[in-house]
Design a protein around this ligand. Structure first.
Ligand code: ZN
Length: 236
């Protein structure tokens, strides 16, 4: 007997949206917190929500590395990117039909069988006997757990969320509509200098990460100019 979970993708899509990348770049724990809150709200008091964790999924350094590839206009490090979102996953996501199974019926040396190198393989100390399926068709997601083990849900869920998070890097490089992510450093060098993400700006290069940084820099510059003018007046 399989346990079947059906849910909408949109709430997850909101959590992993590029508009939250600023937050995740500096506070990766927020991704886990938001996903956990979602699971608790959706399946309250069940193991799948209580046990969910990204503790063993080392996604953040790679996320930062790829963001910095965009920042410095370097070629994307596809070795890193494909670890989290293979090119064929990217194709599936673009087509609106994403499907992962574990283990894959037709291949032996497939992701999930390759412990411990598999970045997803360590999520919950996966046993090779586990099997599950996660399938997203547009906004509908189905997870099936064939072993009646809540760890399978978590493993499947992580295999849904993390590839969709990294999908954005493929999509940006391939100029997919609505996924044009640009990365800059804030021009408020004195107070901020943070890396920040700009989404779908299409050619207008933002200089500041926030209105606060823009105002700060503009007022500081205005003061500097005023001071210089007063000095010039005195010495004239
Ligand atoms: Zn700033």
């Amino acid at each position: 007997m399989a346990t079947r979970y059906e849910f909408e993708f949109e709430p997850i899509n909101k959590i992993i949206s590029p508009s939250n990348f600023n937050t995740y770049y500096y506070e990766p724990e927020k991704l886990e917190q938001r996903l956990k809150s979602y699971l608790l709200a959706r399946w309250n008091n069940q193991d799948i929500a209580n046990k969910f964790s990204l503790e063993n999924v080392a996604w953040h350094e790679d996320f930062k590395k790829l963001s910095e590839d965009l920042l410095y206009d370097n070629p994307l490090d596809y070795e890193i990117l494909n670890k989290w979102c293979e090119i064929r996953y990217y194709g599936e996501i673009v087509a609106g039909h994403y499907l992962r199974r574990y283990p894959e019926p037709d291949t032996v040396n497939y992701r999930g069988l390759n412990l411990p190198e598999d970045p997803f393989g360590n999520v919950v100390g996966t046993n090779l006997l586990y099997s599950w399926k996660v399938e997203r068709l547009d906004n509908s997601v189905v997870i099936e757990d064939y072993r009646e083990n809540s760890d399978n849900f978590i493993f499947a869920f992580v295999n849904l969320v993390i590839p969709h998070l990294f999908f954005v890097f493929h999509a940006t490089r391939n100029k997919v509509k609505n996924y044009l992510v640009e990365v800059y450093k804030c021009n408020n060098i004195a107070r901020c200098n943070n890396v920040f993400f700009a989404i779908n700006k299409r050619g207008t290069k933002p200089k500041y990460c926030s209105q606060k940084c823009r105002t700060y820099t503009n007022t500081t510059n205005a003061r500097k100019i005023k001071r210089k003018q007063e000095k010039d007046k005195k010495s004239a």
